[in-house]
Write a protein that binds this ligand. Sequence first.
Ligand SMILES: *[C@@H]1O[C@H](CO)[C@@H](O)[C@H](O)[C@H]1NC(C)=O
Length: 356
Amino acid sequence: MFRASVLLSFVSFALALSASDLQVSVKAVSSSVRSIEDIILTAVVTNPTESEVRITSADNILDDANTESFAVSKDGERVVFAGVRMTANLELDTNWVTLPAGASLAVNHTVSQLYDFESHGTGKFTFKPSASFVSDITKVPVTVDVESVTVEVTEDVTFRPLFTRDEVPAGARQSTVNCGDGNRAQILRDSLADARARAGGAAYDIRANPNSVAWNRYFGGANHNDVWWRFDMIAGDLASSGVRQIYCNQDPAGICNRASAYVLLYLSGGAITSSDVYICDSFYNFPNTRDVCGWDINNLGYTKAGVMLHELSHATAATTDVYYCGPVQSLSPAEKFNNADNYQCMAHHIYRQYNC
Ligand SMILES: *[C@@H]1O[C@H](CO)[C@@H](O)[C@H](O)[C@H]1NC(C)=O
């Protein structure tokens, strides 16, 4: 029944992926290691069906960049992710893989530079794989059930930063555009100013219209004050949200062939102390905020300011990535609160409603 109605409603006639269309397993090469450097986790994704499937390999267990492929915990406490928060550009083929019928794909993960193990000391760490896959960008990702893996680390949990951090220039504001290309620097400064204004508009509306359509779509069930605070941190560029540089023309993680932008968080005692933003070439192709006025309010897309706001929500609140304004409306209240695009989508909705 469900499938038949899906078929009728899509011109592409692509069958929606379901959780049973994929099998995922994760194994630790060794379940007890001396150092976090010796942890190797092997993920295998299998297509057990009789037709090929095309799925995203971004922000999940198939992603071999330094992104968050696992939720890590120790004694029930979350171990903070300290790697790359990538905003994948799903329009690029580099973020997709095709698995032929019956085929498997294996990816090895090393994790020593990606999580703040040090704050938790030696002992047993649990790795819950991120087994969410998009096959259709108009739908929420399909999540496959996978068992967590536990690895004991007996001696060395010392934090190893992924990249050496640049000195913060004297007198730096909380968010500072750092870009030698005058043209791009101006676009980034404009996008930053606009992102802050859009966040301010959304924060204002949460207080003025706590039961608005925009609220219910993008944050329904979440706590108004908590969401307000996250928008306000971005709008006010508050010192409590850390100091960051916004770079153009730099790609230390080597992922600009797949990303629109990304964020590297730096942690001290579990708190975000800085969170530099790296803007990739494809960012500059996003439209200007004014273009939102020509869009259907029920089908909002991305803008430069919106993607900047999305990055700032990674940078200030370590948010996650389920993409596009349609699918993010189906998340649970807790997931909405923690997902970057929900902030971008609500801000665009409010702009479309009052500024056009
Ligand atoms: C993963 O690492 C293990 C241990 O080093 C190795 O035997 C295996 O071939 C690797 N697999 C892949 C897919 O790289």
